[in-house]
Ligand binder design. Structure first.
Ligand code: NAP
Length: 313
C-alpha cells in the first residue's frame, strides 16, 4: 500500500514501547503516545481517540502498562487504571471504529502450580494485584463481544520476563550489580523464559505489515515468549558469564552467584513458580519458531559491550 493509515502506539516510553517505535515506523506513519497523552490532563482519552475516524488507523498497539509488581500491591487503583481501564477503553474504541487492537499480557495471570507449560486455554488464577489487573484488562478485550454483542479484531500476546538494553529489567539489574559486587544471591525456584522486547516488537511489526497489506492475520490470545526456560539464578550466571566473554570489566564471577534461601520472602507480591507458557499455538498459526532465550540474552550483553566500548566505559 502506497499510503498506509497510521498506527497508534500507546506506552511509547516503556521498554517494549521503545522497541515498537523502531520496528513499526518503517511499516506505517506512527502516532506514539506516552503517559502524558493518556493521563487526561489535556482532554480525556476518549475525546482524543474520537479524532480518529472509522477505519482511520491501521492498528492500535497498546504497550502501556503498570508493570511495577511490588508497587501494584500498594497502588491497586493505579494498576487497575493502566492495566484494566485503559485496555477497556481501547477495546471499545477499536470495536466501534473497526480497528485492529494488539495488546500484551503476562504469565502472572497464572498461579504457577501447573506442572508443564501453560496453554492459552488454561484457566488463569493470579496470585498478585499486577496479575489480577492484567487479567481483568485481557477480559475487557476478550469479553467485549460476549457482553455487548460488539465485534473486535484483536491479538493479545501473553509474554514473560521482558527485557531490553535500555529497560528496567532483570538482566540490567544483574549487570549493574556485576560491576559493583563480588557475590550475589538469586532465586533458583521460579522458572520462565526471558523474552526480548526487540523480538516482541519485530513479531508485532510482522503482524502490522500483514494488516496493512490486507492479509488475514491470526486473531485471539497467543503466548509469545522465547523458547526454553531458566531460573533467575541461571540467567544471572549466564549474563555475567557472557559479560566477561564480551570484555566487560565486571567484578562478579558467575560462580559467585548462589541460590537464595527460598524461605526468605522476596517481597510483598506472591509470584508464580512456574511461568512457562507454551508457544505451540503461536508457532503453528504464525509459522514462526521463537528463538531460544539465550540467543537474545547474548545479543543483549553484546549490545551493552558495544555501547561500553563506544563510550569508553
Ligand atoms: N516487563 C516484564 O517483565 C513483562 C512481563 C510480562 C508481560 N509484560 C507486559 O508487556 C507489556 C510491556 O511491558 P514493558 O516491559 O515494556 O513495561 P514498562 O517498561 O514498564 O513500560 C510500560 C510503559 O507504559 C507506561 N504507562 C503505564 N500506565 C500508562 C497509562 N495509563 N497511559 C500511558 N502510558 C502508561 C509506563 O509509564 P510510566 O513509566 O510513567 O509508568 C511505561 O512507559 C505490558 O503489557 C506488560 O504487562 C511485561
Amino acid at each position: 500500500m502506497l499510503h498506509p493509515k497510521p498506527i497508534l502506539l500507546l506506552g511509547k516510553d516503556g521498554q517494549l514501547g521503545r522497541a515498537l517505535s523502531m520496528s513499526l515506523s518503517p511499516a506505517a506513519p506512527l502516532i506514539a503516545w506516552g503517559r502524558g497523552e493518556t493521563d487526561g490532563k489535556d482532554g480525556s482519552l476518549e475525546a482524543k481517540l474520537s479524532l480518529f475516524g472509522a477505519n482511520g488507523l491501521s492498528a492500535v498497539v497498546n504497550a502501556a502498562a503498570f508493570t511495577d509488581v511490588e508497587g501494584a500491591e500498594d497502588r491497586e487503583d493505579e494498576a487497575m487504571a493502566s492495566n484494566k481501564t485503559l485496555p477497556g477503553a481501547l477495546a471499545k474504541f477499536c470495536s466501534e471504529k473497526g480497528i485492529f487492537l494488539i495488546h500484551y499480557s503476562t504469565d502472572y495471570v497464572h498461579d504457577g502450580f501447573k506442572e508443564g507449560p501453560y496453554l492459552e486455554t488454561d484457566e488463569p488464577n493470579p496470585l498478585n494485584v499486577y496479575g489480577k489487573s492484567k487479567l481483568l484488562g485481557d477480559r475487557e478485550i476478550t469479553d467485549l463481544s460476549a457482553s455487548s454483542g460488539a465485534t473486535l479484531d484483536y491479538l493479545i500476546f501473553r509474554t514473560s520476563r521482558v527485557y531490553s538494553v535500555t529497560g528496567r529489567c532483570f538482566p540490567n539489574a544483574v549487570l549493574k550489580k556485576a560491576f559493583r559486587e563480588k557475590s550475589l544471591e538469586m532465586d533458583a525456584t521460579m522458572v520462565g523464559a526471558p523474552t526480548s522486547a526487540e523480538w516482541l516488537a519485530q513479531v508485532t511489526a510482522f503482524v502490522a505489515r500483514d494488516l496493512i497489506r490486507g492479509a488475514e492475520v491470526p486473531k485471539g490470545l497467543y503466548h509469545l515468549t522465547a523458547a526454553g526456560e531458566t531460573t533467575y539464578l541461571n540467567l544471572a550466571r549466564f549474563v555475567t558469564e557472557r559479560a566477561r566473554a564480551a570484555g566487560l570489566k565486571t567484578e562478579l564471577e558467575p560462580w559467585a552467584i548462589t541460590a537464595r534461601d527460598p524461605a526468605i520472602p522476596g517481597g510483598k507480591a506472591v509470584r508464580p513458580l512456574n511461568s512457562k507458557l507454551s508457544t505451540r499455538k503461536f508457532s503453528a498459526d504464525f509459522k514462526i519458531a521463537p528463538p531460544h532465550w539465550s540467543h537474545h540474552v547474548s545479543l543483549f550483553v553484546e549490545n551493552h559491550a558495544a555501547l561500553a566500548a563506544a563510550f569508553g566505559h
